[in-house]
Design a protein around this ligand. Structure first.
Ligand SMILES: [Fe+2]
Length: 227
């Protein structure tokens, strides 16, 4: 192979890889998950530092454990009383957190064309979902507000990771702190879905605050109703 054709081949390969896993620097870019070739879109972002510091300093006992099925416009009235119940006091920082979750719920609803969104905002201090897997959904949005972030593997290493599990020697990718990702899952079609796992944290003393958005399924709670 001549150096030129080798270079062209490398370019073609990196083009193909970049359409499978896309990075964006704005919320709008998450819509790229609708493209057939795209399996994962990552919005590389940073939270305002005062919000990040506030979340990191919260008492573990007040980190929320919430699951609701809502229309995007209902997020604030639905979430606020539940946060009160968790002992997370109202205030400017809590408003910023709710606003952030509300924005992501709106975006996910638009991207997946869903009237209702199944919202899970939960604290995680164990190794649930530590196994490499594909989600049994068409698409799922995740972000980690506190603690270690979701780990994933590129498509060419997916089968090896599923086979080797804890012995998988990599390469392993990791979302950046507060990045927002939409993963395609196995229900998107044959051969689809990005293999990933929750980071193992049991015994580290760390607690994650994790947001996961899904379309409605048979295991979703009933739709939220005021009062
Ligand atoms: Fe998953």
């Amino acid at each position: 192979m001549t150096p030129l054709s080798q270079e062209r081949r490398t370019l073609q390969r990196s083009d193909a890889e970049s359409s499978v896993v896309r990075n964006c620097d704005a919320r709008d870019g998450l819509a790229a998950i609708k493209e057939p070739a795209t399996q994962l879109v990552i919005w590389r972002r940073a939270l305002p530092s005062r919000l990040r510091d506030w979340i990191d300093r919260l008492e573990v006992s007040s980190l929320p454990e919430i699951r609701i099925l809502i229309e995007p416009g209902e997020l604030r009235p639905a979430l606020e009383p539940l946060l009160d119940d968790c002992g997370l006091d109202a205030g400017e920082m809590r408003d910023l957190l709710v606003e952030d979750v509300a924005g992501l719920v709106r975006t996910f609803a638009e991207v997946t064309n869903s009237e209702l969104v199944d919202v899970r905002l939960e604290r995680v201090d164990h190794d649930a979902c530590w196994k490499f897997h594909r989600d049994s959904v068409a698409a799922r949005l995740v972000t980690t507000y506190r603690g270690p972030t979701t780990e994933w593997v590129r498509m060419e290493h997916a089968e090896r990771a599923l086979l080797d599990q804890k012995e998988f020697a990599g390469p392993l990718e990791r979302l950046g702190d507060h990045d927002v990702a939409i993963f395609k899952g196995s229900c998107a079609g044959p051969g689809e879905g990005v293999v990933h796992r929750s980071p193992p944290i049991a015994g580290t003393g760390r607690t994650r605050l994790f947001l996961c958005l899904n379309q409605r399924t048979v295991v979703s709670p009933d739709p939220w109703a005021e009062g």
